[in-house]
Design a protein around this ligand. Structure first.
Ligand code: ASP
Length: 494
């Protein structure tokens, strides 16, 4: 009997995602009733078990009325999925620092010529900055052409402003704290005072610096002495990659759980009201992901559309579900290495830096949001102001941490740089989560694109055939076994 072909990982994750949307809508319906209310379904029967009824029944001494029980069940589903999603994210966070440290030390120590490192670093940062500036320009142009702010009435604006005032204030305060730091402080902060502290706090850029230094120093001491250390880091890299593979097996279920929560909490009414704004952001991001990046790949690498997306889609889907480039990093590294063919010495360097400083999606979103809020307040932005936005948003995207929701904090700094009313962020806060998911997906795609370009220019990109052969070997060996060459090595030593 022929072996049944296994469903590819990205399809499994996509199925998890779609199932999550369906279950999330059901929870949203039973829990808050907002989905159907927003779509104009006013039949009270549709609200059996809404959050309000549930809360009322709890106030009366426990969720024991029929309606309350339905909402209570929906609430429990939501809580259980929050737990499952968070558990998965913790697994990824757990592995993020070790994978950067171990693989980067091995990657750098395998570079025979350290001047190559400077060249790779220069290219990486240069391409990151240029693509970020392109992304924000796309955002600004799209928002100027479409004018999403013009469809919102003054009353709608004011009611949104008052609803989210407290939330907006929190973000403004966070931005003020951030603003206390000068560019010099930000650069200084990249250098760790204590490498273990950097690891303990999960500061990716500092871990990159520490790993670079150790890697470079390893190339400068006698090979004999360095060998055991390199072998240790090499073995640990294999260990952490194995853990990523284990985590990836449950990714489809985790994505399901993460999406259920987002959709369950989604204010659909708000999304419909801000549809035009959201559509401009999503359209701009789609343009970057599906047109600009593939075009750059086409010009500078042999990687074609299908190969690129097939390889990195697990990372994209995970970025979308988790809204965090940082949490996605281990999977991004695994996808680029195993599935796309970017060699470790490039991927282990370019990707962690990208996860922290390359935020094309965030920058694009900041461009659209700035124009949108300006339009809401009847402001016309001059060309000089828009250029100022490009500059500030490019720099802000570097200082943006790779975690959910910080893009909107940095937006405050961008708005302030051209005098757009800061409280305007209250209007867009309600739909921020869903846009955060989309921009994180773009951020991660951009990192993978740059890794391919740098790898290709450094002759460190495997061919499609080489990638397929490695994947087939891995597939045949399964998760529990050593690779053949490793096994032989182990036997020889043993
Ligand atoms: N969530 C984004 C990321 O981690 C950052 C942001 O735009 O808020 O890439």
């Amino acid at each position: 009997m022929g072996k049944r072909k296994k469903l590819a990982l990205h399809w499994k994750i996509l199925i998890g995602l779609l199932a999550g949307v369906v279950v999330g809508l059901l929870v949203n319906w039973f829990w808050t009733g907002s989905t159907w209310a927003a779509l104009g379904v006013n039949d009270p029967a549709a609200y059996v078990g809404t959050k309000a009824v549930y809360d009322a029944s709890v106030a009366e001494g426990g969720p024991n009325e029929d309606a309350g029980i339905v909402a209570g069940a929906a609430r429990q589903v939501r809580l259980a999925t929050v737990f499952a999603g968070q558990l998965f994210l913790r697994g990824l966070m757990f592995i993020a620092v070790p994978i950067v440290l171990f693989s980067l030390v091995v990657g750098v120590s395998s570079l025979n010529d350290t001047s190559r490192l400077g060249r790779i670093g220069g290219k990486t940062i240069g391409i990151y900055l240029v693509t970020t500036a392109v992304a924000i320009t796309v955002g600004l142009v799209a928002a100027n052409l479409i004018g999403p702010g013009k469809g919102i009435t003054e009353e709608q604006r004011d009611s949104l402003l008052s609803e989210q005032q407290a939330n907006a204030q929190q973000r403004i305060e966070a931005a003020n704290e951030q603003r206390q730091r000068t560019t010099w402080d930000i650069i200084l902060d990249i250098v760790p005072t204590n490498p273990f502290g950097a690891m303990a706090t999960g500061n990716t850029l500092q871990v990159v610096i520490a790993a670079l230094l150790v890697g470079v120093a390893l190339t400068m001491i006698p090979r004999e002495k360095g060998r055991p250390v390199i072998e240790f880091f090499d073995a640990m890299t294999d260990v952490v990659i194995k853990i990523v593979e284990m985590i990836l097996i449950i990714a489809p279920y985790a994505v399901f759980a993460l999406i259920v929560v987002v959709i369950a909490d989604l204010g659909v009414a708000l999304l419909l009201l801000l549809l035009q704004y959201a559509a401009v952001v999503v359209g701009g991001l789609a343009l970057m992901v599906f047109a600009v990046y593939p075009l750059i790949l086409r010009v500078f690498t042999p990687v074609r559309y299908k190969r690129f997306f097939r390889a990195i889609s697990p990372a994209q889907l995970l970025a979308f579900s988790s809204s965090s480039s940082g949490a996605t990093l281990p999977v991004t590294m695994e996808c680029c290495d195993e599935r796309l063919g970017v060699k470790e010495e490039i991927g282990s360097f370019v990707l962690p830096i990208g996860a922290t400083i390359n935020m094309d999606g965030t920058a694009l979103y900041q461009g659209v949001a700035a124009v949108f809020i300006a339009q809401l307040f009847g402001m016309d932005l001059t060309l000089a102001q828009q250029l100022q936005i490009v500059l500030t948003a490019t720099l802000a995207s570097i200082g943006t941490a790779a975690v959910p929701g910080v893009g909107i904090v940095m937006l405050v700094i961008v708005l302030d740089s051209v005098g757009i009313p800061l409280e305007g962020i209250a209007v867009i806060l309600g739909v921020d989560r869903i846009l955060d998911m989309c921009r994180t997906c773009c951020n991660v795609t951009g990192d993978c694109m740059v890794a391919s370009v740098v790898a290709s220019s450094e002759d460190a990109l495997r061919t499609e055939e080489e990638v397929a052969a490695r994947m087939a070997e891995k597939e045949a060996r399964g998760l529990d076994e050593f690779p053949k060459e490793e096994q032989e090595k182990a036997e020889a030593i043993g």
